[in-house]
Design a protein around this ligand. Structure first.
Ligand code: ZN
Ligand code: ZN
Length: 268
Protein backbone atom coordinates (compact mmCIF):
# COMPACT_ATOMS: atom_id res chain seq x y z
CA UNK A 1 0.00 0.00 0.00
CA UNK A 2 1.09 3.56 -0.58
CA UNK A 3 2.09 5.09 2.75
CA UNK A 4 1.29 8.78 2.90
CA UNK A 5 0.49 9.64 6.50
CA UNK A 6 2.37 10.64 9.62
CA UNK A 7 0.28 10.30 12.76
CA UNK A 8 2.76 11.63 15.33
CA UNK A 9 4.44 15.01 14.92
CA UNK A 10 5.39 17.62 17.53
CA UNK A 11 5.49 21.35 16.99
CA UNK A 12 7.44 23.89 19.02
CA UNK A 13 4.73 24.15 21.66
CA UNK A 14 6.23 20.87 22.90
CA UNK A 15 9.06 22.25 25.00
CA UNK A 16 11.43 19.49 23.84
CA UNK A 17 10.89 20.27 20.14
CA UNK A 18 13.04 22.48 17.95
CA UNK A 19 12.00 26.17 17.74
CA UNK A 20 11.64 25.84 13.95
CA UNK A 21 9.07 23.04 14.30
CA UNK A 22 6.13 25.20 13.23
CA UNK A 23 2.96 24.23 11.36
CA UNK A 24 4.49 25.92 8.29
CA UNK A 25 7.49 23.60 8.51
CA UNK A 26 5.12 20.63 8.82
CA UNK A 27 3.22 21.78 5.72
CA UNK A 28 6.50 21.98 3.79
CA UNK A 29 7.41 18.43 4.84
CA UNK A 30 3.99 17.15 3.76
CA UNK A 31 4.53 18.69 0.36
CA UNK A 32 8.11 17.44 0.02
CA UNK A 33 7.38 13.85 1.13
CA UNK A 34 3.88 13.44 -0.30
CA UNK A 35 2.28 13.13 3.15
CA UNK A 36 -1.49 13.51 2.76
CA UNK A 37 -2.47 13.35 6.42
CA UNK A 38 -0.46 14.51 9.42
CA UNK A 39 -1.42 14.45 13.10
CA UNK A 40 -0.08 17.19 15.36
CA UNK A 41 0.41 15.45 18.68
CA UNK A 42 2.12 17.59 21.28
CA UNK A 43 3.05 16.33 24.73
CA UNK A 44 0.25 16.80 27.22
CA UNK A 45 -0.56 16.00 30.84
CA UNK A 46 -4.12 16.80 31.83
CA UNK A 47 -3.66 18.31 35.30
CA UNK A 48 -6.79 16.59 36.61
CA UNK A 49 -4.70 13.39 36.60
CA UNK A 50 -2.09 13.48 39.35
CA UNK A 51 1.56 12.59 38.92
CA UNK A 52 2.72 15.58 36.82
CA UNK A 53 3.77 17.41 39.99
CA UNK A 54 6.71 15.00 40.41
CA UNK A 55 7.81 15.24 36.76
CA UNK A 56 8.77 18.90 37.01
CA UNK A 57 8.80 22.01 34.86
CA UNK A 58 7.90 20.42 31.53
CA UNK A 59 4.43 19.23 32.50
CA UNK A 60 3.74 22.18 34.78
CA UNK A 61 3.38 24.04 31.45
CA UNK A 62 2.01 21.43 29.05
CA UNK A 63 -1.41 20.84 30.51
CA UNK A 64 -4.61 20.36 28.48
CA UNK A 65 -5.44 24.08 27.96
CA UNK A 66 -1.91 24.75 26.71
CA UNK A 67 -2.13 22.01 24.05
CA UNK A 68 -5.72 22.84 23.03
CA UNK A 69 -4.60 26.40 22.22
CA UNK A 70 -2.99 25.21 18.95
CA UNK A 71 -6.28 23.86 17.66
CA UNK A 72 -7.30 27.22 16.18
CA UNK A 73 -4.05 27.46 14.25
CA UNK A 74 -4.58 23.94 12.91
CA UNK A 75 -8.12 24.81 11.75
CA UNK A 76 -6.74 27.89 9.97
CA UNK A 77 -4.02 25.85 8.22
CA UNK A 78 -6.61 23.27 7.13
CA UNK A 79 -8.71 26.04 5.57
CA UNK A 80 -5.63 26.89 3.52
CA UNK A 81 -5.29 23.34 2.19
CA UNK A 82 -3.36 21.48 4.90
CA UNK A 83 -4.66 18.17 6.21
CA UNK A 84 -3.70 18.22 9.87
CA UNK A 85 -5.44 16.21 12.55
CA UNK A 86 -5.50 17.62 16.06
CA UNK A 87 -4.18 15.33 18.75
CA UNK A 88 -1.78 14.85 21.59
CA UNK A 89 0.72 12.44 23.04
CA UNK A 90 -0.18 12.14 26.67
CA UNK A 91 1.64 10.24 29.40
CA UNK A 92 1.09 7.27 31.64
CA UNK A 93 0.63 8.27 35.27
CA UNK A 94 2.18 5.64 37.51
CA UNK A 95 0.57 7.36 40.49
CA UNK A 96 -2.97 6.79 39.14
CA UNK A 97 -2.00 3.83 36.93
CA UNK A 98 -3.83 5.38 33.97
CA UNK A 99 -3.28 7.68 30.97
CA UNK A 100 -2.74 11.32 31.94
CA UNK A 101 -5.97 12.43 30.26
CA UNK A 102 -9.65 12.21 31.24
CA UNK A 103 -12.48 11.16 28.89
CA UNK A 104 -13.74 14.76 28.47
CA UNK A 105 -10.45 15.85 26.87
CA UNK A 106 -9.76 12.50 25.20
CA UNK A 107 -12.98 12.56 23.19
CA UNK A 108 -11.96 15.88 21.63
CA UNK A 109 -8.77 14.42 20.18
CA UNK A 110 -8.77 13.31 16.56
CA UNK A 111 -5.60 11.36 17.32
CA UNK A 112 -4.74 10.24 20.84
CA UNK A 113 -1.38 8.64 21.58
CA UNK A 114 -0.52 7.08 24.94
CA UNK A 115 2.97 5.61 25.28
CA UNK A 116 3.93 2.81 27.63
CA UNK A 117 7.59 3.53 26.93
CA UNK A 118 8.30 7.06 28.16
CA UNK A 119 10.16 5.31 30.93
CA UNK A 120 12.70 8.15 31.09
CA UNK A 121 9.90 10.37 32.43
CA UNK A 122 7.38 8.17 34.19
CA UNK A 123 9.36 5.21 35.58
CA UNK A 124 11.40 5.25 38.82
CA UNK A 125 15.12 5.21 37.92
CA UNK A 126 15.66 2.11 40.07
CA UNK A 127 13.60 0.09 37.53
CA UNK A 128 16.31 0.35 34.86
CA UNK A 129 18.07 -2.68 36.39
CA UNK A 130 17.56 -5.55 36.07
CA UNK A 131 16.28 -5.18 32.51
CA UNK A 132 13.38 -7.50 33.22
CA UNK A 133 12.04 -5.01 35.75
CA UNK A 134 12.09 -2.29 33.09
CA UNK A 135 10.26 -4.64 30.69
CA UNK A 136 7.67 -5.50 33.32
CA UNK A 137 6.98 -1.81 33.93
CA UNK A 138 6.13 -1.44 30.24
CA UNK A 139 3.97 -4.60 30.21
CA UNK A 140 2.01 -3.37 33.25
CA UNK A 141 1.59 0.16 31.91
CA UNK A 142 0.49 -1.14 28.48
CA UNK A 143 -2.18 -3.17 30.26
CA UNK A 144 -3.33 -0.20 32.36
CA UNK A 145 -3.55 1.96 29.22
CA UNK A 146 -5.62 -0.48 27.13
CA UNK A 147 -7.93 -1.23 30.06
CA UNK A 148 -8.47 2.45 30.99
CA UNK A 149 -11.62 4.57 30.67
CA UNK A 150 -10.08 6.42 27.70
CA UNK A 151 -9.05 3.29 25.74
CA UNK A 152 -11.83 3.74 23.19
CA UNK A 153 -10.39 7.14 22.25
CA UNK A 154 -6.80 5.94 21.83
CA UNK A 155 -5.58 5.79 18.24
CA UNK A 156 -2.20 4.16 18.78
CA UNK A 157 0.50 3.22 21.24
CA UNK A 158 3.48 5.28 20.07
CA UNK A 159 6.89 3.51 19.95
CA UNK A 160 5.40 0.49 21.80
CA UNK A 161 7.82 -1.16 24.26
CA UNK A 162 10.68 0.90 22.81
CA UNK A 163 11.93 2.73 25.88
CA UNK A 164 12.70 6.35 25.08
CA UNK A 165 16.11 7.79 26.01
CA UNK A 166 17.11 4.41 27.42
CA UNK A 167 20.67 4.21 28.80
CA UNK A 168 21.12 0.83 27.03
CA UNK A 169 19.92 -0.66 23.71
CA UNK A 170 16.14 -0.41 23.95
CA UNK A 171 15.57 -2.99 21.18
CA UNK A 172 17.41 -5.65 23.26
CA UNK A 173 14.93 -4.99 26.05
CA UNK A 174 12.29 -6.68 23.87
CA UNK A 175 14.12 -10.00 24.37
CA UNK A 176 13.07 -9.78 28.02
CA UNK A 177 9.41 -10.05 27.01
CA UNK A 178 7.92 -13.45 26.17
CA UNK A 179 5.62 -14.08 23.18
CA UNK A 180 2.66 -14.81 25.48
CA UNK A 181 3.18 -11.50 27.31
CA UNK A 182 3.14 -9.57 24.04
CA UNK A 183 0.11 -11.58 22.93
CA UNK A 184 -1.90 -10.75 26.04
CA UNK A 185 -1.18 -7.02 25.56
CA UNK A 186 -1.80 -6.97 21.82
CA UNK A 187 -5.00 -9.04 22.01
CA UNK A 188 -6.38 -6.39 24.37
CA UNK A 189 -5.21 -3.54 22.11
CA UNK A 190 -6.73 -5.20 19.03
CA UNK A 191 -10.03 -5.61 20.85
CA UNK A 192 -10.10 -1.85 21.56
CA UNK A 193 -9.00 -0.89 18.04
CA UNK A 194 -5.72 0.57 19.32
CA UNK A 195 -2.98 0.51 16.69
CA UNK A 196 0.77 -0.01 17.03
CA UNK A 197 2.99 2.75 15.74
CA UNK A 198 5.72 2.07 13.19
CA UNK A 199 8.47 4.65 12.97
CA UNK A 200 11.07 4.58 10.18
CA UNK A 201 13.63 5.83 12.71
CA UNK A 202 13.49 2.43 14.51
CA UNK A 203 15.80 1.14 11.77
CA UNK A 204 17.87 4.16 10.79
CA UNK A 205 21.64 3.65 10.62
CA UNK A 206 21.21 -0.14 10.60
CA UNK A 207 22.50 -2.54 7.96
CA UNK A 208 20.00 -4.70 6.09
CA UNK A 209 21.05 -7.79 8.05
CA UNK A 210 20.70 -5.92 11.35
CA UNK A 211 17.20 -4.83 10.33
CA UNK A 212 16.30 -8.40 9.34
CA UNK A 213 17.38 -9.72 12.76
CA UNK A 214 16.00 -6.83 14.79
CA UNK A 215 13.84 -7.89 17.79
CA UNK A 216 11.20 -5.31 16.86
CA UNK A 217 10.09 -7.59 14.01
CA UNK A 218 9.14 -10.39 16.41
CA UNK A 219 7.09 -7.92 18.47
CA UNK A 220 5.27 -6.38 15.52
CA UNK A 221 4.61 -9.80 13.92
CA UNK A 222 2.90 -10.91 17.13
CA UNK A 223 0.89 -7.66 17.07
CA UNK A 224 -0.19 -8.35 13.50
CA UNK A 225 -1.16 -11.94 14.35
CA UNK A 226 -3.28 -10.63 17.23
CA UNK A 227 -5.14 -8.39 14.76
CA UNK A 228 -3.62 -5.07 15.77
CA UNK A 229 -3.69 -2.35 13.15
CA UNK A 230 -0.72 -0.12 12.43
CA UNK A 231 0.03 3.57 11.97
CA UNK A 232 3.14 5.21 10.55
CA UNK A 233 4.78 8.12 12.33
CA UNK A 234 8.08 9.97 12.48
CA UNK A 235 7.56 11.40 16.00
CA UNK A 236 9.33 14.43 14.50
CA UNK A 237 10.53 17.12 16.88
CA UNK A 238 12.48 18.91 14.12
CA UNK A 239 12.84 18.90 10.32
CA UNK A 240 15.68 16.34 10.36
CA UNK A 241 13.41 13.68 11.89
CA UNK A 242 11.53 13.44 8.58
CA UNK A 243 14.67 12.42 6.69
CA UNK A 244 14.21 8.66 7.10
CA UNK A 245 10.53 8.58 6.13
CA UNK A 246 11.14 6.36 3.07
CA UNK A 247 12.59 3.61 5.34
CA UNK A 248 9.05 2.83 6.44
CA UNK A 249 8.67 0.71 3.30
CA UNK A 250 11.43 -1.60 4.60
CA UNK A 251 9.47 -2.21 7.81
CA UNK A 252 6.12 -2.49 6.05
CA UNK A 253 7.57 -5.03 3.59
CA UNK A 254 9.26 -7.15 6.25
CA UNK A 255 5.96 -7.24 8.14
CA UNK A 256 4.08 -7.89 4.90
CA UNK A 257 1.54 -5.18 5.70
CA UNK A 258 -1.48 -4.73 3.44
CA UNK A 259 -3.99 -1.92 3.29
CA UNK A 260 -6.32 -3.50 5.83
CA UNK A 261 -3.47 -3.85 8.35
CA UNK A 262 -3.55 -0.07 8.81
CA UNK A 263 -5.76 1.87 11.21
CA UNK A 264 -8.98 3.04 9.48
CA UNK A 265 -8.08 6.69 10.18
CA UNK A 266 -5.25 6.52 7.61
CA UNK A 267 -7.26 4.60 5.03
CA UNK A 268 -10.06 7.14 4.62
ZN1 ZN B 1 6.90 9.58 22.71
ZN1 ZN C 1 6.33 12.03 20.48
Amino acid sequence: MKIDHDLHVHTNISLCASPEATLEMCMEQCKRLGIKKMAITNHMWDHSVSGWEEIGRFYAVQDADYVFAIRKEIDEANKKGANFLFGCETEYSLKERRPAIRPAAAEQMEVLLVPNSHTHITMPKSFYEPHRKHAEYMIDSFWDIVKSDVAKYITAIPHPFLAVACPYDNHMLLNEIRDDEFKRCFDAAAEKGIALELNPNYIKNKSLSEIYDDPILRMFRIGKECGCKFTVATDAHSAEHFENYHLIYVLASLLDLREDDFHPIVRS
